[in-house]
Design a protein around this ligand. Structure first.
Ligand code: NAD
Length: 330
């Protein structure tokens, strides 16, 4: 079975190739992002394999179906980049990797919290520069702080568990609260109350029409003055210009991002010799109390291995005509 894999990096080819040794999968690796302009690269492929910033919109899906593609596999958990209604109309099943390492993303989330709190990003450069002053590095104990976790699925639950270990008071909002988390000391409450009560708010819900820009100007105004906001979920959860305004006034005290709404034109490539044309992103980079990583929260060897083995399992089930696991439905 020929599989056209898009947005491919060397670390993807090694994990996917290792997971498919001896199996009837013939990979065609493509570095470009999948969109309507690159979809024709999939010619001759039965399945395609994509990542978070590939654009599986109506036009792209139509080109893929017209070329005989029969299956869409995602190397990720999120599926907001796929027009699922159109995929269903074209009889193109979409399968994903629902769980590869919630630990990877949860631990990176905590890394952002600690970096911002203890100014590790500043301290690293300062010490290398021979500056051993502590001025401006004053942090706070996480112990006893109130942290609001928005979305307590696989990743949010792990974040809540780690925070309980730090001795934080953990609040949570999820449309389907987990009774066992509540039993372990997490307090579920409406999201507006969580925003108002938290010193740190961390987002772990999916990007859907009803969660897009859930952190907008009114939500930021509801938060405690000087609070910390962390987003390792999807960039579209945050209205970035509103967040910039809140940073300028001090209403928002710290911002940690691993995702950005317009990241597709920036992340995953070395642009260190290019001019960044995104003025909103460039403004974010000017704040001393903002730390941004380029969608790397998932990026552990454990996660890459798990992504590759579930992806190969999805492909082999399809090839053998067996029921598909991890199908995404509209
Ligand atoms: P999950 O499906 O296990 O959990 C999502 C949770 O969000 C569910 O419990 C759901 O009930 C809840 N939810 C739905 N709507 C909500 C709302 N309006 N408000 C609050 N909660 C809501 O997903 P997960 O595996 O925990 O992943 C969470 C998100 O993390 C994914 O959607 C994905 O976008 C993102 N992610 C990012 C990376 C990264 O590298 N940065 C890696 C993997 C996943």
């Amino acid at each position: 079975m020929r599989v056209a894999a898009f947005s491919i990096k060397p670390y993807d080819t090694s994990s996917l190739a290792a997971a498919s040794v001896g199996l009837p999968i013939e990979w065609a690796w493509f570095e470009p992002r999948l969109d309507r302009h690159t979809a024709r690269l999939a010619e001759g492929a039965v399945a395609i394999n994509c990542f978070v910033n590939d654009q599986l919109d109506a036009a792209t899906l139509a080109i893929l179906a017209e070329q005989g593609v029969k299956l869409v596999t995602l190397r990720c958990a999120g599926f907001n980049q796929v027009d699922l209604a159109v995929a269903a109309r074209l009889s193109l099943p979409v399968v994903r990797v629902p769980e590869y390492s919630p630990h990877a993303v949860a631990e990176h989330t905590i890394g952002l919290v600690l970096t911002l709190d203890r100014r590790l990003h500043k301290a690293y450069n300062r010490v290398r520069d021979g500056n051993f002053s502590l001025e401006g590095l004053l942090g706070f104990d996480l112990f006893g702080r109130t942290v609001g976790v928005v979305g307590t699925g696989r990743i949010g639950r792990r974040v809540a568990e780690i925070l309980l270990g730090f001795g934080c008071r953990v609040l949570a909002y999820d449309p389907t609260p987990e009774p066992d988390l509540a039993a372990r000391g997490v307090t579920f409450m409406p999201v507006d109350e969580l925003l108002a009560a938290s010193d740190i708010v961390t987002l772990h819900c999916p990007l859907k029409p009803n969660t897009r820009h859930m952190i907008d100007a009114p939500a930021l105004a509801r938060m405690k003055r000087g609070a910390m906001l962390i987003n390792t979920s999807r960039g579209g959860l945050i209205d970035t210009p509103a967040v910039i305004e809140a940073l300028k006034t001090g209403q928002l005290g710290h911002l940690g991002l691993d995702v950005y709404e317009e990241e597709a034109d920036l992340f995953f490539d070395d642009r260190s010799s290019s001019i960044i044309h995104d003025d909103v992103f460039s403004r974010l980079l000017t704040f001393p109390n903002v730390v941004i990583t380029a969608h790397q929260a998932f990026f552990t060897q454990n996660a890459l291995d798990a992504i590759a083995s579930q992806t190969v399992r999805n492909l082999i089930h399809f090839d053998r005509g067996e029921p598909l696991e991890a199908v995404v439905r509209a």
